[in-house]
Design a protein around this ligand. Structure first.
Ligand code: NAD
Ligand code: UDP
Length: 318
């Protein structure tokens, strides 16, 4: 296939480019580098099946030649208001990438009669009242809270994707991605994995927001990409959760990072982001991915963190 990947210079987009090239596809990467980094694609520049277009997907997208699949990953993705890359600090760009960017990407799929895959998120469940979250859960989202620029844009993106599927017959897929980590995460993007690993490598105390009792379920990037590729090859049109169901509190997670890095500096507690809509619990129910895609994660958290630490060391020049 000849595949357009938006958000290609980001963390997940760059892994996806690499994986699809390794399977023999041609890939056109697209990005405007608002939260991504051209270095993430540098190792692909000599691959003759890879090309790159610098472009903001919120504007009309033109791709020369036939496209067989469109994978829409372009969007800021960090909720942390302390980071310049946090979507709270890029509110209009985030809404436009989710709304106009999805519309333009679907337009490319329609013009080419191509399949389409939307990168959605566990954030569409908001601060969930059901636990774990199945795809049947409709969510608990504040439409005007600080996180709403991301949550509502992704909810709109899902609705638009289903509208194109139902009304125009486009061959669509929706992946609801839960917290994923690994090499090529932006060092300063403010999400918990980069923050904690960076702090631990610098020998600083880890900043736990609130009392650390909030939970997350962390998936290693290779597992996630495997699930997404299986979804791309499938004919499943309903949303599918992809994530690791092993749930941990943020406090336990901080202790794990300190132990694996060998950081004696411990933990420092900072104000909770609850008022900012920080979900208290998050864990995917992956029954649908198991039964429809035959997928489940394989990399345990500690193994994945061990594989991720060298990247951060190098990125920080340590
Ligand atoms: P990232 O910030 O590393 O990558 C996003 C990429 O999109 C960046 O390279 C950025 O420059 C690009 N981009 C943003 N707006 C753009 C625009 N208007 N035009 C062109 N490019 C644009 O983040 P990521 O973690 O790789 O996330 C990728 C996708 O996966 C996002 O859609 C995100 O919502 C989704 N997602 C990620 C996670 C996760 O845990 N990593 C969880 C849920 C959903
Ligand atoms: N968090 C934290 N310290 C940090 C960064 C994040 O305690 O330095 C917490 C944050 O409040 C949230 C969890 O870690 O409860 C995961 O945050 P992240 O920004 O990775 O993304 P989210 O899962 O909220 O989308």
């Amino acid at each position: 296939m000849r595949i357009l990947i938006t958000g290609a210079a980001g963390f997940l987009g760059s892994h996806l480019c690499e994986r699809l090239l390794s399977e023999g596809h041609s890939v056109i990467g697209m990005d405007n580098f608002i939260t991504g980094n051209p270095n993430n694609l540098a190792h692909l520049s000599n691959n003759e099946r890879f090309s790159f277009i610098r472009h903001d997907v919120s504007n009309f997208i033109f791709v020369p030649g036939k496209v067989d699949a469109v994978m829409h990953f372009a969007s800021p993705a960090s909720p942390n208001p302390n980071s310049p890359y946090g979507y709270v600090n890029l509110p209009i760009q985030t809404m436009k990438a989710g709304a106009l960017g999805t519309h333009n990407s679907l337009g490319v799929a329609r013009a080419n009669n191509a399949r389409f895959l939307l990168a959605s998120t566990s954030e569409i469940y908001g601060d969930p009242l059901e636990h774990p979250q199945t795809e049947a859960y409709w969510g608990h989202v504040n439409p005007i809270g600080p996180r709403s620029v991301y949550d509502e844009a992704k909810r709109f993106a899902e609705a638009l994707t289903m509208a194109y599927h139902r009304f125009h017959g486009i061959d669509t897929r929706i992946v609801r991605i839960f917290n994923t980590y690994g090499p090529r995460m932006q060092v300063d993007d403010g999400r918990v994995v980069p923050n904690f690993i960076k702090q631990a490598l610098h020998g600083e105390p880890l900043t736990v927001y609130g009392d650390g009792s909030q939970t997350r379920s962390f998936c290693y990037v290779d597992d996630l990409i495997e699930g997404i590729v299986r979804l791309l090859y499938s004919d499943v049109h309903d949303p599918v959760n992809i994530g690791n169901p092993v749930e941990t509190t943020i406090l336990e997670f901080a202790e794990t990072i300190n132990r694996l890095v060998g950081n004696p500096a411990g933990i420092t507690y900072q104000p909770a982001q609850r008022g900012e809509g920080d979900p208290q619990r998050r864990q995917p129910d992956i029954s649908r991915a198991r039964s429809l895609l035959g997928w489940e994660p394989r990399v345990p958290l500690e193994d994945g963190i061990r594989r991720t630490i060298p990247y951060f060391k190098e990125a920080l020049g340590l």
